[in-house]
Design a protein around this ligand. Sequence first.
Ligand code: ATP
Ligand code: MG
Length: 696
Amino acid sequence: EKYGVNINGTDICELRAIDYADENGHYNVVEYLLQNGIMDNLKEDSKFLTSKFPEVKLFSKSINSYEDLYNFSIENNEEFWRTLALNRLEWFKEFDKVNNGLDFNDYENYEHKWFINGKINVSVNCVDRHYKKNPNKTAVIWDKDEPGTEQYVTYSELYKLMNKFSNMIRHFNVKKGDSVIIYLPTSLYAIAAMLACARIGAVHSVVFGGFSSESLASRIQNCQAKIVITSNQGVRGGRFIEFKQTVDTAIETCPFVEHVLVYKRTDNPFQVNKDKDIIIDDIIDTFPDECEPEIMDSNDPLFILFTSGSTGKPKGLVHSNAGYLLQASLTQQLVFNYDCEKDVFGCLADIGWITGHSYVVYGTLCNGGTTVLFESTPTYPDPSRYWQTVERLKINQLYLAPTAIRLLIKHGDEWLKKHDKSSLKCLGSVGEPINVEAWNWFYEKVGEKRCKIADTWWQTETGAHCITPLPCGSNDILKPGMAMRPFFGIQLALMDQNGNESDTKHIEGMLCIKKPWPSMAMTVFGDDQRFKETYLKPYRGYFFTGDGAFFDNDGHIKITGRVDDVMNVSGHRIGTAEIENILSEHPDVAESAVVGVPHELTGEAVFAYIVLKETQKSEQEIFKQLKNLVKKKIASHAIPNTILVTPNLPKTRSGKIMRRILRKIASNQIEDLGDLSTISESNVIEEIIQSFRSMS
Ligand code: ATP
Ligand code: MG
């Protein structure tokens, strides 16, 4: 006989009588629920919600579970965001309205406006208020390239440095609304420069330090920046990187640049151009350490940031002050179960990416936390760098990209064993779909099965997390390689091939977002048309992400990869991630990338690139095993027609596989490889072309 158990109107589970009868035949449901962790789950859920999310008490409905809160955030979307914005941010003047009420239907006229007429300053929220309350608390731990040379910076020190920096750039005639290029290594001065711009209302555009002078020049031209902030050199993986030289070459084509502000990261000499160059170190201390913050409108631009360029020419997205800050800080705290009083947050991304902006800088500092600025690489001086950094800085949350995890797996487990990782409470992954093998390794070897993994899906465009498992610390289940659930306030839709919204269970389709959310990008800088055409036009009424997703039977979400990368073999649609997952399970495969190539019979055929670990086996033997694996785990039509071993895969500078290039090579369109400005090592392409030619 079966009994339904129902608490507060929610069906919790179904029990068979025999499951909860004791030896005497007495039934004790509560006992059963407790013993089996079901009650715990409930208690934890509501305990978690009220402790981590005190605002739930302020809502007009009672909230007892995740489901309640999610439903409330959708049904009472305005009240949800209003309450959070008023309670989490400090305003000069509170806003009149939560948003302008526009949705994506009339996309030609869509304008992203949130917290209307609110007056705010991001730097006040990120620094001043914590400085006043807790001046000696560590705000930033700058983990410099050389291990053991980290620098701890308190809120008081950060406050003063930021203010001097603000006064300095004001002195060089930077005004509210002007654009400033920041081309700096991940360093204390980079954070100071970003916050200084925010303080005086200048719009920063941070350019990742690995970019060439041409890419840098095109970004400087794009926003017509009057000043460029850089360093003489960078230091990464024990090597010097010539930042200043790159800037000098870039500005040859940017006559409007008035000044280059140079911070001396190293003691090595460099070329000084007397007309334009200002040495920051020589003058910064002459500026006062108090600086009046500019009063900014909620919807004034805070920064411009370019996407990674995985799928084409990068887009320079513009983010707002208030909406952006709210969602970045909310997700930083909730998703990672971040304890703002005590925890050390280790997001190891470069500040030049959106992950660096939202989680190294703005989100964490807005919460008054302690953030780690990681200047080095995962393998410097050896592949234990991450783990010894965790031990040395006592990092509580570690947030990485799958590409780094795959790289470290390749180096073997010994590197992990020497280090104490007991400080870790929660792990995070971002940037690409995380394959199951990498997920399991991260969970078992790094998190020692104790830490949850937040597989966070989001984009430069979304500004902050949009899909992620329930917060670490709650008792939610996890599924390897799945991003799981929409974040509060986010409503997702999957579109089928005819452009209709599909049912939300056990279905695959194009991932869209139904309603605007606070941290959504406002536009593409200087090209609103491109913004609307790329994101709002493909599915009228929806924001189109460019990614594909799968909703399983429980409604949990898996990201299947870029829609552009989906293959159609004999009428079957297959995502690249699905096949790559299986290939990467093979013990000899370090990494893989799959693309579709035109095929006479099947329409498209699967072409797989693999990078091998050191192995005794022959390639032919491995190919055979791989084909069998795919057949067994997916289907015959997914078996790669061709497998090509290459020493490396082409990646963006943020570490993402550039399948569009691999697709061109596989279909022998080598003359026209497309925009290569964001590729991290261009010699990789040569290597692959060679392997391709020797195969055919
Ligand atoms: P471009 O838009 O120029 O092609 P990009 O999309 O790689 O570059 P980003 O904004 O840095 O630029 O990356 C966002 C993309 O990264 C997402 O659209 C998605 O494809 C991928 N991504 C991010 N997080 C995840 C995740 N957790 N799981 C799967 N994919 C992810
Ligand atoms: Mg993108």
